[in-house]
Design a protein around this ligand. Structure first.
Ligand code: CR6
Length: 825
């Protein structure tokens, strides 16, 4: 190319003029020429697409410029490898980042089109399960806002996290066909497709006197990339998210097709395309399914090859790669990238093993997101060897050399060697992906102070001893653009009025709000914003599910994935206790602090206990809500299908944030940060990032309860018998007995019997042990809420003191402690 002589062909791409008139012209152009309709004949989807394309056009020049600069500068950058990106809706975010919201509003209004209707039209891409996927989305936002050269790599699932409905109070899953009307934000790049191989066998061959290994795969698929713009916040930068979609290499076999066997002809295609068909809906509990390993290898192999092919000059000296790139492994899901990278260097680039390993060890870093042993992924050797035979050989060799080094250090301490081996022997021979990542990674980080400490002291303590300095912490964060500015325009406006602009990219500046906590006028405005946010939430809930939060009610919120360790059951027991107190006549309804409890939670479809708990919440809700003896003072609402879009409405309206996991089980939590930043007070255990939230906001503005992690350990060591707690506490007994009696299941005692007996005889997450402390803390909450001025003061201080939890700070910590990738000037 580049024979061009026309001045326009030689000029850089320019953005359209930024004015409402130009926006109208662009919007109509896109509607007419891209959608092929006149405004008068257009559907809402047409108008939404035309608007999205108009926004894209404004960001395009910067995107192309950033792509060019990242390649030309060859500055060190980050490849973030994540199986999940829980993006949430894009339109508003991109309008905000581009500084286009006002112009778009004015332009559309002048065409008789409501921006708000088009906002509501967008189906959010739910390409993640929960915290981990949302974290990845916050991180790409912050990387762009800080101007760090980076690319996010992942999978373009055709179906994201399932849509949850309730039938008779029980969860029923529906497919999330988010692409059925197309996505206006993506750019397919079939010309950049990669071929990804699987199966087959390995062999050795003589390469001019050197014996080398090679992989002879059995089958392959095409990985087609789709690019998404990730605009920085009003800084003229646009990064890239590149998600891979699987298609068959040969769409169909023409010979079979011509023979009339159509089914056989499309079989291969269907099989290949299954790889990116659907997101696995397990959060923190991997299932070890073959398709899942295919997904993991598919996207990391495509990403590594993409980076090497498209980001490096042709004659690049691979020994210099550590100065050019760091691959950040978001949990164990992408860890198969390590042997793939080794395979490329050793088998394809013919590099010497030791040299390749030295490079690899500098090019990867690993973030661990869990403490639950069942969440640490392992792959049976049989499966891995069948799907990726060469990778298994490479893993064996990495392990052999690693264990030699362990022996050299500690002698023949067989116990230690067995404990540190990347290969586990029981119950079946498997690869421990977390260990592989730890051995290969330049750094390993946990996601909150306590979590990182527990990783070093417990889960990976042998490795911490062996690799001094490898372990570090980066406390999670959330993007204030989406979770404050977009979700809570009222509060954002109030903050700007008080402390001026600039805090959205320098969130520690929220500290300047502290003095306003003592300003009665400011508190009144703050309380008015909270009330308005409750009305905004009501608008959504009413239309969506016919629910409503009553005036004067404290809004008590527990929204997160349904998992036993998070202890939704503890919250249910609190509700049931309050209810039982009133119906038994021990407590006068008039003495109950009016509260509406909102739950939001999806359960993994195969997680039976979690689904029973969902059923129980709905059952308790329907009894409590309709019992006149409560005088409307206690309500439980459980809108189905909690997702990012609903979170953006619920969080700004909340008064009380429930963060009540068993200490030592929640790695970090990120919902906890979003609530505090929006002025909810936390009731929580000393777990995950709660610890840091409490340290920052102060004990007077946080309701702490429950055992600490060492106390949990001590109780386990003594032998935990939940029934003793049941026997010893009359209130707890009454609540559990009421559930067991069938009071919430039309008298049928069998419905919740498994939940009750699990609590009484197993209770792995010690709900009963923390019950009394939780109830006492809730009483402190009620007392505090009765003093609205003091409550609002605490709420303001929560906002003022939690600026630390911006994902911009997290990314700066990654840069300082792990990546060493300065922003591109
Ligand atoms: N489930 C942790 O459990 C943490 C996020 C993001 C989780 C949660 O405490 O905030 O990651 N872990 O770091 C995994 O997904 C394995 C989560 O979202």
């Amino acid at each position: 190319m580049t024979r061009a002589t026309h001045p326009l062909a030689l000029a850089p791409v320019t953005a359209p003029e930024t004015s409402a008139d130009a926006f109208v012209a662009d919007f109509l152009h896109n509607l007419n020429f891209d959608r092929g309709v006149a405004l008068s004949a257009s559907s809402e989807n047409d108008r939404y697409f035309a608007l999205a394309h108009t926004v894209r056009d404004y960001l395009m020049a910067r995107w192309l410029e950033d792509l060019r600069r990242q390649k030309e500068s060859q500055a060190k950058g980050v490849c973030y490898l994540s199986a999940e990106y829980l993006l949430g809706r894009q339109l508003d975010n991109n309008l905000l980042a581009g500084g286009l919201a006002d112009i778009a509003q004015e332009a559309l209004a002048s065409c008789g089109v409501s921006l708000d209707d088009l906002r509501q039209h967008e189906v959010e891409p739910g390409l993640g399960n929960g915290g981990l996927g949302r974290l990845a989305a916050c991180f790409v936002d912050s990387l762009a806002t800080l101007g760090v050269p980076s690319i996010g790599y992942g999978i373009r699932y055709e179906y994201g996290i399932f849509r949850q409905t309730f039938v008779d109070g029980q969860q029923v899953e529906q497919p999330d066909s988010w692409l059925s009307l197309g996505s206006p934000w993506e750019f397919a790049r079939p010309e950049d497709a990669q071929t990804i191989a699987f199966g087959g066998h390995t062999e050795t061959y003589d390469d001019e006197g050197v014996t080398r290994s090679r992989w002879v795969p059995g089958w392959n698929v095409q990985a087609v990339p789709y690019n998404y713009m990730i605009p920085g916040f009003q800084n003229g930068r646009v990064n890239t998210l590149r998600l891979w979609s699987a298609v068959a290499t040969k769409a169909f076999d023409l010979r079979i097709f011509n023979s009339g066997d159509y089914e056989e002809a499309v079989r291969a295609q269907t099989y290949a395309e299954t790889i990116s068909k659907v997101l696995y809906p397990e959060d923190s509990t991997p299932q070890g399914k073959e398709l899942r390993l295919q997904q993991q290898y598919f996207f990391v192999a495509a990403s590594i090859h993409d980076f090497l092919d498209s980001m490096l000059p042709g004659d690049y000296d691979l020994a210099k790669l550590p100065e050019r790139v760091i691959f950040q492994l978001n949990d164990t899901h992408p860890v198969i990238a390590v042997p793939e990278f080794m395979r490329v260097l050793v088998d394809e680039k013919k590099m010497d093993w030791d040299a390749a390993w030295a490079i690899t060890r500098q090019c990867f870093a690993y973030t661990c997101h869990t403490l639950l042993p069942e969440a640490l992924e392992v792959w049976p050797v049989e499966l891995l060897g069948r799907l990726l035979p060469r990778h298994l050989e490479i893993i064996y060799r990495i392990n052999e050399e690693f264990l030699d080094a362990v022996r050299a250090r500690y002698g023949d301490d067989e116990m230690r060697i067995r404990n540190m081996s990347i290969i586990a022997e029981h119950p079946v021979r498997s690869v421990r992906m977390a260990y592989l990542a730890t051995v290969a990674g330049a750094k390993v980080n946990g996601v909150a102070e306590l979590h990182s400490q527990l990783l070093r002291d417990k889960v990976l303590s042998d490795f911490d001893d062996f690799f001094p300095g490898k372990f570090t912490n980066v406390t999670n964060g959330v993007t204030p653009r989406r979770f404050l500015r977009l979700a809570n325009p009222g509060l954002s406006g109030l903050i700007t009025e008080a402390i001026g602009e600039g805090w959205l990219t320098d969130l520690e500046r929220l500290r300047e709000l502290e003095p306003f906590a003592d300003d009665a006028g400011f508190r009144a405005s703050f309380a008015e914003v909270k009330a308005a946010n409750k009305r905004r939430l009501n608008d959504v809930l009413r239309e969506r599910d016919g629910f409503e939060v009553s005036d004067g009610h404290m809004l008590d919120v527990m929204v997160k994935r349904l998992h036993e360790y998070k202890r939704q059951l503890l919250k249910v027991l609190h509700v049931v206790s309050t209810y039982e107190g009133v119906v038994s006549g021990r407590v006068a309804a008039s003495d109950v602090q009016p509260r509406t409890v909102i739950f939001g939670a999806k359960a993994a479809p195969g997680y039976t206990m979690a689904k029973r708990i969902i059923h129980l919440i709905n059952a308790v809700g329907s009894v409590v809500n309709s019992d006149p003896r409560l005088d409307g003072r206690l309500k439980v609402i459980f809108p189905p299908n909690y997702n990012v879009t609903l979170a953006e409405r619920v969080i700004p309206a909340a008064d009380l944030s429930e963060q009540i996991s068993l200490a030592g089980k929640e790695a970090s939590g990120t919902g906890n940060m979003k609530f505090a930043l929006n002025g909810a007070l936390t009731i929580g255990t000393d777990d995950g990032a709660n610890v840091e939230i409490r340290e920052l906001v102060g004990d007077d503005h946080f309701f702490l309860f429950g055992m600490s992690e060492p106390e949990v350990e001590a109780l386990s060591a003594r032998g935990y018998r939940p029934s003793e707690f049941y026997q010893a506490d009359a209130g707890l007994r009454a609540a559990i007995d009421l559930i067991a009696s069938g009071a919430f299941s039309r008298g049928d005692r069998s419905v919740f019997e498994p939940v009750v007996s699990n609590l009484l005889y197993e209770d792995r997450f010690m709900v009963l042990a923390d019950y009394a402390s939780y109830i006492a803390a809730q009483e402190r909450v009620d007392a505090a809420y009765a003093d609205q001025e003091a409550w609002t003061r605490s709420a303001v201080l929560n906002v003022a003191r939690t600026g630390f939890f911006s994902s911009d700070r997290s990314i700066r910590d990654y840069i300082d402690r792990i990546w060493h990738t300065p922003p591109l000037a």
